[in-house]
Ligand binder design. Structure first.
Ligand code: SAH
Length: 253
């Protein structure tokens, strides 16, 4: 079972998730092995527990098995070169794993792999600052510097249109995306309903993994086909921090 995957080290945790069938691919296992969860928690002694843990400001780092489910689910869309949005990026842990998947390091077999981009967005400025510190501690300072990882303060319910990817619509009187930028979108907080802005910002093809619901929540996968058709499917019951306003989150309402 998912909650039984706790380990004594990062590799132990990953091995246990493989044994339980939560991680099924080498790509996910290898990328998770490159990111030591101890760099993204507040209490190092809990780093390899398969549970969510408080990171302050009414937020938690998600449980390792939920990160693994999300990565396995999005895997076909997080190939080298892909552009990914992580909404509610919190500790920065998932942004780090996504970075290793979309921007792999050169190897003798592949000296020049395509490099992608990961954008993390969170509405709590202190968490965004802390996540950048965590990523630096984890050896990802260069990726932050050169823009392969970008951590942004903002309302993730609106998604995020990277510079140069929007144009002014006279009829709507506002900036609208000129392209749908994201091959994959991960949402780490539960939306009351599916945010249309995020569906609009999915590439065709593209896929989103998102918890939805208020009292009773479940994960939905939203897949946009190459032809632009949107298919939605409910996957499993979960319990996430809400996708909300900063004041509501800080006050726990
Ligand atoms: N996935 C992250 C954090 C999960 S907790 C991790 O594992 O570390 C959910 C996160 O969503 C919190 O950091 C919270 O601040 C953020 N959040 C909630 N509502 C938000 C909103 N409207 N816009 C952006 N971030 C939001």
């Amino acid at each position: 079972m998912a909650w039984r995957c706790s380990g004594r080290s990062n590799n132990d945790l990953i091995r246990n998730m493989r044994r339980q069938g939560i991680i099924t691919s080498d790509r996910v296992a290898d990328a998770m092995a490159k990111v030591d969860r101890v760099n993204y928690v507040q209490r190092p002694g809990d780093a390899y527990q398969d549970s969510p843990q408080s990171i302050g400001h009414g937020a938690t780092i998600s449980a390792p098995h939920m990160h693994a489910h999300a990565l396995e689910n999005l895997l076909p869309y997080i190939r080298p070169g892909a552009t990914v949005l992580d909404v509610g990026s919190g500790s920065g842990y998932l942004a780090a794993v996504l970075h290793h998947l979309v921007s792999p390091a050169p190897s003798p077999d592949n000296p020049n792999p395509p490099q992608g981009k990961v954008i993390g967005i969170d509405h709590i400025p202190e968490l965004v600052g802390w996540s950048k510190h965590n990523l630096e501690q984890d050896g990802l300072g260069a990726a932050l510097q050169d823009g392969r990882i970008e951590m942004i303060v903002g309302d993730g319910r609106q998604g995020y249109i990277p510079a140069g990817m929007s144009s002014f619509s006279a009829s709507q009187g506002k900036l609208i995306p000129s392209t749908a930028p994201y091959d994959a979108i991960h949402v780490g907080a539960a939306a009351p309903t599916l945010p249309q802005a995020l569906i609009d910002q999915l590439n065709a093809p593209g896929k989103m993994f998102i918890p939805v619901g208020i009292y009773s929540q479940s994960i939905w996968e939203v897949e946009k086909t190459a032809a632009g058709h949107v298919r939605k499917r409910e996957l499993m019951g979960v319990m996430y921090v809400p996708l909300t306003d900063p004041d509501r989150q800080r006050n726990g309402v």
